[in-house]
Ligand binder design. Structure first.
Ligand code: MN
Length: 266
């Protein structure tokens, strides 16, 4: 297998090194990621400035690594568009520093790199460790990533579908098992912090405590990792709400004439 490793934490992040090393037994491993931390950059396509992609040394022997100045989705696109000559069999993104659950997916550079891969019709799995601390141990998560790739689930994924895997920060023998779960509900505890610059102009930070979330609703990613399970969520790029399409049938939207006058809805 030829495996591409992506993520958004910077090319020497411990989670990227651990994942690349865990993939080595499967064949050829190439790392292409942003040089620096680009977490929460979302899904971006850089089209209005040149992309740089430079070979860099990597701490694991036998792995080619390239660093970019752009988004992780850009680095996957560059790899897919011919920067890597040989066909890629699997894209793994991670292991992210911190979980990617609930609404995190819309911000996540980790998941966006996997989305970019499925847009190129390549199987992709995103891995995140539910621990943002500097001392986090990526060993158990790397062992689980290796196990999941060995199981070959990625060969059964339909088009535009990826696996989003969140791993609790526990020793391997304390992780209770795997759960296939849906996205839960995150709570962001963001605060707007206003400051004044030396010229008297206001500027703003989005600050505040780390996000929390509903860990009580059974069957979600937040619930599973909170209870010591590896959370596996199949994610589809089709973001259509099919339930809402059915609801909107009752609104008879398609029988309305565009532009027809109506009393304003109060
Ligand atoms: Mn990250």
């Amino acid at each position: 297998m030829r495996i591409l490793v992506a993520n958004d934490d910077g090319i020497y992040a411990p989670g990227i090194i651990a994942l690349a090393e865990a993939m080595l037994p499967f064949g050829n491993v190439t790392v292409v990621t942003p040089q620096e931390n680009r977490s929460a950059i979302g899904h971006r396509k850089t089209m209005h400035k040149p992309l740089r992609i430079d070979p860099v040394p990597f701490p694991i022997k036998g792995i080619d690594a390239y660093a970019t100045l752009d988004a992780p989705s850009d680095s996957v696109a560059v790899a897919m568009l011919g920067f890597i000559k040989d066909p890629i069999d699997l894209v793994v993104s991670g292991i992210n520093r911190g979980g990617n659950m609930g609404q995190d997916l819309t911000y996540s550079g980790t998941v966006s790199a996997a989305f970019e891969a499925v847009i190129f019709r390549k199987p992709a799995i995103a891995f995140s460790l539910v621990d943002r601390s500097e001392q986090a141990d990526y060993g158990p998560a790397a062992a689980i990533a290796r196990q999941i790739v060995a199981l070959g689930w990625h060969t059964h994924l339909p088009p535009l579908t990826l696996l989003n895997v969140n791993i609790p920060a526990l020793p391997l023998d304390q992780i209770k098992g795997f759960k296939v779960v849906r996205q839960g509900l995150r709570t962001y505890n963001d605060e707007l912090i206003a400051r004044t610059d030396p010229n008297g102009r206001p500027y703003y930070w989005i600050g505040g405590p780390a996000p929390t979330g509903d860990t009580t609703e059974e069957g979600t990613d937040l619930w599973a990792t909170h209870n010591g399970y590896v959370a596996i969520t199949p994610i589809h790029l089709d973001m259509t709400s099919y339930a809402m399409m059915r609801e909107m049938d009752l609104w008879q939207v398609e029988q309305l004439m565009p532009g027809a006058a109506r009393e304003p809805h109060q």
